[in-house]
Design a protein around this ligand. Structure first.
Ligand SMILES: [Ca+2]
Ligand SMILES: [Ca+2]
Length: 638
């Protein structure tokens, strides 16, 4: 790696997530700052973060009140369904309600008006917030919202048709963009300039680090680059793949054949399955001839930001790191799940995946206590993905094996069923699920796929899901901005992924109960991501007048000068739990702990992106699309 490249942190994403999952005292971690430093980082509290909101003491008048820019009036920058809750957040120091007016964009005609409700001090942001509720206005059109002393919002729509017709597709584009092992072609990309030769075709034959598997070489070609780097990690991939496959199981009509720009778009199989099957090709290859699966494959050193060229990146030394039980259960659950959904379309591959799943399960069961910890000797150039608990991984794997075995009427099904019902995680559902805390995905699969569990057990799972969804709504309803994260706590690394995962739980709760409070709550959480937030920033690239444009992605950022950043990528989001870069501010309230514009190379703590973050964005977009009719009066699609 050229010496003048900034050296990334030691494994930020994995370290933080694992620590959160394990409930460790994060203060005890010792983040390592990047060496060298990013090119021309802007001061953390410059630019965007000053264009809205009072300062942290609440004493400074909002800049928009002075210049009339409207930065203080925050809306969903795309818009609202006619029957959805429509609540703008207005940053105003006024102690009493102020007047608001909804105007037609263009003519300026007032179509609704009222007075704000004073929310007051928002702990997460430090802002003094008012709410302007214009839910009763249901006439489709383009509008701006204006509040006394705070200016006007950006223009937005009220729609009786789907709000985000292309978002699920755009967000799926993240996965094609990150394919490795195959050329990424101009005709399938949003911007042809992003086309490039195959990254890491050499993954067809990778050695084991320090020969932990002898002289064997593993074939792990065919994967998605994981989180703006070039590593492949079965434990993290498992969550991303699960999320996309769960979307398909809940809504088989989502992202059908022909819907995505991918090479497999006209093969008669749903494109969401094609993309997930491509990204999961490497998974069986993580198993050596015997024993546990490699925990991860990555370079021996961090790549440049960005790499000089495809050839330079492909020349990086790269190995399969030592094995773990968790990775082996991850291989089992991903292959079992994929086998189940591919069975109607590709019985041969489904059968091969099923054999791999059973093999991986047996290997993990034979060596149940090989955790991947900081003590494992491995190379520097990838995420850690440390996980000291695998009873959850075992349960999640057993659930997928049981469901697939049941579908196949396989004689081994009874044993997997017992592993499910006998687990202490049986029926577990928590909003804090993650790649390291996986039991919830197993339970949600039990609620998605046909099985022979007692109806009473399924009822209990649904009640738990409902209770968890109620907690999510309670948190969202108490915050100044519509975010399902409690403002009296720190925001975690990848806080926006927690938001989309909670939309997934709300969506599933809505599907199973028909309760529209969960649907409305899911829209409110999307309002937060789309600009009703402390930074007046849409965290989804290309969506909204003020949307994120530079994420911490080694390949997308800087390699393609002049080409726009791809649309539909989710930024990690504000994070004040563990900040170990130079661009993310450290002295701001939780909801403003986010790096400013054009800081991507040094902003991994808040601008990272990841397969397991964009997958629930796909899920959320497809869910909101499918349920549009419920909030526009045209009924359910299905
Ligand atoms: Ca297809
Ligand atoms: Ca675990």
């Amino acid at each position: 790696m050229p010496a003048n490249r900034p050296r990334p942190p030691r494994r930020p994403h994995a370290r933080a997530a694992a620590a959160l999952a394990a409930g460790l005292a994060l203060a005890a971690l010792t983040p390592q700052a990047a060496e060298g430093g990013p090119p021309s980082p802007r001061a953390a509290d410059s630019g965007r973060q000053e264009d809205g909101g009072s300062d942290k003491n609440g004493s400074k008048k909002d800049s928009s009140e002075k210049d009339g820019s409207g930065a203080a009036v925050r809306v969903n920058q795309i818009g609202y369904l006619t029957g959805a809750a429509k609540v703008a957040a207005v940053v105003s120091a006024a102690p009493k309600p102020v007047g608001w007016r909804l105007r037609i964009h263009g003519s300026g005609a007032v179509v609704a008006s009222g007075r704000t409700r004073v929310y007051g001090h928002d702990r997460a942001s430090g802002d003094h917030v008012h709410h302007a509720d214009f839910s009763r206005h249901r006439t489709p059109g383009r509008y701006v919202l204006e509040a006394d002393g705070a200016g006007r919002s950006v223009p937005f729509s009220v729609r009786d048709r789907t709000l985000y017709p292309a978002l699920a597709r755009d967000a799926m584009g993240y996965f094609y963009f990150h394919r490795m092992g195959t050329p990424v072609e101009a005709r399938h990309l949003q911007h042809p300039a992003h086309a490039h030769d195959a990254l890491h075709p050499g993954d067809a034959s990778v050695p084991c680090y320090r020969r932990w598997c002898g002289k064997q070489r593993l074939d792990v070609r065919g994967a998605w680059a994981d989180a703006g780097d070039f590593g492949v990690y079965p434990v993290n991939h498992a969550l991303a793949a699960w999320t996309l496959l769960n979307l398909h199981e809940r809504d088989p009509r989502a992202l059908p054949d022909g819907s995505l720009a991918i090479p497999e778009r006209s093969n008669g199989r749903p494109d969401i399955l094609d993309e997930t099957a491509y990204g999961s090709r490497f998974v069986p290859g993580m198993l050596p001839r015997e024993g546990l699966a490699s925990h991860k494959v990555h370079n021996h050193a961090w790549s440049g930001f960005p790499p000089e060229s495809v050839a330079a990146e492909n020349a990086m030394k790269r190995s399969a790191m030592p094995p773990s039980t968790n990775a082996t259960y991850a291989v089992a659950r991903t292959t079992a799940h994929l086998s189940r959904v591919l069975a109607p379309h590709d019985p041969r591959r489904a059968a091969a995946l099923w054999r791999t799943a059973e093999d991986a399960w047996s290997r993990a069961e034979a060596r149940p206590d090989t955790d991947y910890t900081g003590a494992v000797k491995d190379a520097e150039g990838g995420g850690d993905y440390e996980d000291r608990g695998n009873s959850d991984d075992r349960y999640a794997a057993a659930a997928e094996l049981y469901l697939t075995g049941h579908r196949r009427a396989d004689p081994s099904t009874a044993a997997y069923r017992t592993a499910v019902t006998g687990s202490r995680h049986y029926r577990e559902i928590t909003r804090r699920f993650s790649w390291a805390r996986t039991a919830t995905t197993g339970t949600l699969s039990l609620l998605a796929a046909r099985n022979d569990l007692p109806a009473a057990d399924r009822d209990r799972m649904t009640r738990r899901l409902r209770a968890e969804a109620d907690r999510i709504l309670a948190v969202l309803g108490k915050e100044g901005y519509p975010v399902p994260l409690a403002g009296d706590r720190k925001y975690p690394w990848g806080s926006n992924s927690a938001v989309v995962n909670r939309i997934l739980l709300l969506g599933t709760a809505h599907d199973l109960t028909g309760d529209r409070r969960y649907l409305r709550g899911a829209h409110r959480a999307m309002d937060y991501l789309m600009g009703t937030n402390a930074l007046r920033l849409s965290y989804i690239t290309g969506y909204g007048e003020h949307s994120e444009t530079d994420l911490h992605d080694r390949w997308a950022w800087g390699r393609f000068p002049g080409a726009p950043f791809p649309r539909g990528w989710l930024a990690g989001g504000p994070n004040n739990t563990l900040v170990n870069d130079k661009a993310t501010p450290k002295d701001r309230p939780a909801a403003k702990s986010y790096a400013g514009p054009r800081t991507a190379p040094g902003a991994w703590s808040s601008k990272e992106n990841a397969v397991n973050w964009n997958a629930p964005l796909v899920w959320a977009a497809a869910f909101l699309d499918r349920t549009t009719g419920e909030l526009t009066g045209t009924g359910r699609r299905d």
